[in-house]
Design a binder for this molecule. Structure first.
Ligand code: NAD
Length: 506
């Protein structure tokens, strides 16, 4: 074991100690709550299958307690000035930075995501809080719309207590995308983190409390989707649900939220294309293609899991990807040199492996990887994989695998590339590599996706709209788009007393 890995393992064990001492419970009304006599479940690390800690499985009663606490806290939080919310949320960001090492190490052993990415994810969480903290004082602002006989103006008010339901791939960072704008807007929050990665949500709640987020304003209920998650989506006090996860779960939540008319924001799955034209800067394109599928274990909604390559450069370019994939370092996620760690959970790992055998049955060529990787620790490792010779209609080219698995498809012209790119049920992101400006604009216009990057990997600007089309989502995050979701817009129309009011009964 290298010295840095050893140090990381030791520090992670130290941070974990208190979670081992007693089951991880909820955080409701400003207090850690661990209901006794309840079902506990084991939180297992994908590094070697050992138990990290026990977690309380939240029930409908726990959700009710949290929703009631969020409802009770709403009036005071709405009444807190935007300036004060700004200060508190900056203090949350400071708290995240102070505990960034703990968050990154625990997230890494909880999810299997390599520490090289998780250390940045913790800091990005802080950046999300700062960004929305600075916007809190103006969150209520609207527009002025003068007309002939009336002046109209709009303003925004927070919608009320909201539910945030998050997945396990980069749990801490993703949750801050939702929780920071919700709190900045003046909403109170009940967060239900993913059952496979429960730890860091409780740390964010602690940081919030230490930073002065009032009791009941940020609550966390641990547990499973079918129980705690479902109850949250059905609760009458909860006005909106911000959900990140699978498209099928989104459908369930839509149905569950219908009786209480929930406002919904969905960030769902993807099968994103990266299109490499023959005139592209192929060296830069190669770096981006490799990064966008093999970073974060490929467990990334915006990963470019289909590479569409012009037929004139297909063989050479895919050979270069295969060479890189073969060199990627698989290993313990706390080793700073590791590029791919173990996949989150045995169920997910087996699902990814099933796609690998299915692809071979479909007749693709395995250009790199293609199976499990044995690192000798018994962890859930999958080799970075590249399939070539895939046809667009194959399942490996259509379905989200959510692992380090790339499918390469050749195309003959621009129209063909767009047709293949759009021929999936998803529409989250698209990546275009070309030096032809006109072509870049045409393809960006024609791709069915919420976010397009030209000559770039996914680089996020927090003010830009983030979200997907088709089965990839409903609604947008980022900047003012987030406030539109967490707030109600009200229009006030005032007459100049000049217009004729229609007269009845004269
Ligand atoms: P998932 O849908 O299985 O679970 C996500 C969350 O929903 C978990 O907290 C889970 O407990 C909860 N849940 C499950 N059933 C529920 C129900 N009936 N009611 C309420 N809550 C319920 O997703 P996952 O496997 O944890 O995450 C992977 C998925 O997330 C992938 O499809 C990925 O593309 C997607 N994702 C999307 C984005 C994006 O921005 N578009 C970002 C990250 C991940």
């Amino acid at each position: 074991m290298g010295r840095e890995l050893e140090g990381n393992v030791e520090r992670a064990a130290g941070y974990l100690e208190r979670f081992k001492a007693e089951p991880l419970g909820h955080f409701i009304g400003g207090k850690a709550v661990s209901p006794g006599g309840r079902d506990l479940f084991d939180n297992i690390t994908p590094i070697d299958g050992s138990i990290l800690n026990e977690v309380v499985g939240g029930t409908a009663e726990d959700i009710d307690l949290a929703a009631v606490a969020a409802d009770a806290a709403f009036e005071a939080w709405v009444g807190t000035t935007g300036q004060r919310r700004r200060e508190i949320l900056h203090d949350v960001a400071d708290g995240i930075i102070e505990r960034a090492d703990e968050i990154a190490l625990l997230e890494s052993i909880d999810t299997g995501q390599p520490i090289r990415f998780m250390s940045k994810a913790a800091l990005r969480g802080a950046a999300n809080f700062r960004y929305f903290a600075d916007r809190a004082p103006e969150a209520r602002n609207g527009v002025s719309l003068p007309d002939t006989d009336h002046i109209n103006y709009t303003s925004r008010t927070p919608i009320g207590p909201v539910g945030v339901i998050t997945p396990w791939n980069t749990p801490f960072m993703l949750s801050t995308w939702k929780i920071a704008p919700a709190l900045a807007a003046g909403c109170t929050v009940v967060h239900k983190p993913a059952e496979w990665s429960p730890i860091t949500a409780s740390i964010l709640a602690e940081i919030g409390q230490a930073a002065g987020v009032p009791e009941g304003t940020l609550n966390v209920v641990q547990g499973f989707g079918e129980t705690a998650g479902k109850s949250l989506t059905e609760h009458r006090h909860i006005k909106a649900i911000a959900f990140v996860g699978e498209s099928n779960t989104g459908s369930l939540i839509q149905a569950q939220g219908a009786p209480t008319l929930k406002r919904l924001h969905f960030e769902l799955g993807g099968k994103n294309p990266v299109i490499v034209f023959e005139d592209a800067d192929l060296d830069r394109a190669l770096e981006a293609v490799v990064f966008m599928i093999y970073s974060l274990n490929g467990e990334r909604c915006t990963s470019s899991s289909r590479v569409l390559v012009h037929e004139s450069i297909y063989d050479e370019f895919t050979a270069r990807i295969a060479e890189r994939a073969g060199n990627i370092r698989i290993g313990h996620p706390l080793d700073p040199s590791t590029e791919i760690g173990p996949l989150i959970h045995r169920t997910h790992y087996e699902n990814v492996l099933s796609y690998l055998s299915m692809a071979e049955e479909e007749g693709v060529t395995v250009a790199a990887g293609g199976g499990a990787a044995d690192t000798g620790e018994g962890g859930l490792y999958v080799k970075p994989t590249l399939f070539t010779g895939a046809a667009p209609e194959m399942r490996i080219a259509q379905e989200e695998v959510f692992g380090p698995v790339l499918t390469a498809i050749p195309f003959d012209d621009e129209a063909g590339a767009v047709r293949i790119a759009n021929n999936v049920e998803y529409g989250l992101t698209g990546y275009i590599w070309t030096r032809d400006v006109g072509r870049a604009h045409r393809v960006a216009r024609d791709l069915e996706a919420g976010m397009i990057w030209v000559n770039s990997e996914n680089v996020r600007h927090l003010g830009t709209p983030f979200g997907g089309t088709k089965a990839s989502g409903i609604g947008r995050d980022g900047g003012d788009y987030s406030f539109d979701f967490y707030m109600e817009t009200k229009n006030v129309s005032i007459a100049y007393d000049t217009h004729t009011i229609p007269r009845l009964g004269t």
